[in-house]
Design a protein around this ligand. Sequence first.
Ligand code: Z5A
Length: 207
Amino acid sequence: MTPTKIAAPGRFITFEGIDGAGKSTHLAATVARLRARGLEVVETREPGGTALAERLRGLLLHEAMSLQTELLLMFAARQDHLDHLIRPALARGAWVVCDRFTDSTYAYQGAGRQMGAEVVARLEALVHPDLQPDQTFYFDLPPALAAARRAQARAADRFEAEDLAFFERVRGGYLQRAQADPRRFVIIDAAAPIEVVATAVATGLLP
Ligand code: Z5A
């Protein structure tokens, strides 16, 4: 009997946190570490990751729009990203490492914009009822510290221009999700020095 060939399963890893928490810094190091293991790694981000989703990203970060339009465009970009990049990569056994995913929508639109988790859950059920990240690193940082880091980095976009109260709600939204699913989430103390954070991420990464 010919043995059934089982394709190596792809893994879906996401990085989350308020702006300036350091996730992009550590995402790049994680991608390099996984590639050193000999894995095919697709590095991507949300909103974005495909030509169409990157165009939507430009609108989302810089154009004025209603809260509902913002929420729907986040999921429109995500649908395209899933269809053309994330799902095909996972299907061929690649690891996908993504800067933000639907946890961002729960945190920013659900909690930060106060639209509530229910409407986010309904769109999630439409767009990816069958898919969740295998692992999510959540970089937790007090918003005031994140703002100080951002101030040194670059000009603010539409989200970064929000006040501290907004980012406190976003942080609360993240913590609620992380505490509800401790199997998937790795909570990282992003206030620690970069080397300490790097070690925590490397240690927590799926084998
Ligand atoms: N958004 C949304 O509302 N809903 C959604 O569903 C999705 C997104 C998917 C774009 O995200 C925006 O979209 C985002 C939420 C919204 N809001 N904003 N703005 P983005 O991911 O593209 O942008 P970002 O979150 O602002 O990413 P970022 O600027 O790349 O920030 P970061 O990744 O958290 O931080 P970093 O660039 O790695 O580090 C920031 C600085 O801190 C940098 O100078 C580092 O050298 C420094 N750093 C990093 N770690 C440390 C430590 N440990 N100590 C000291 N300094 C450090």
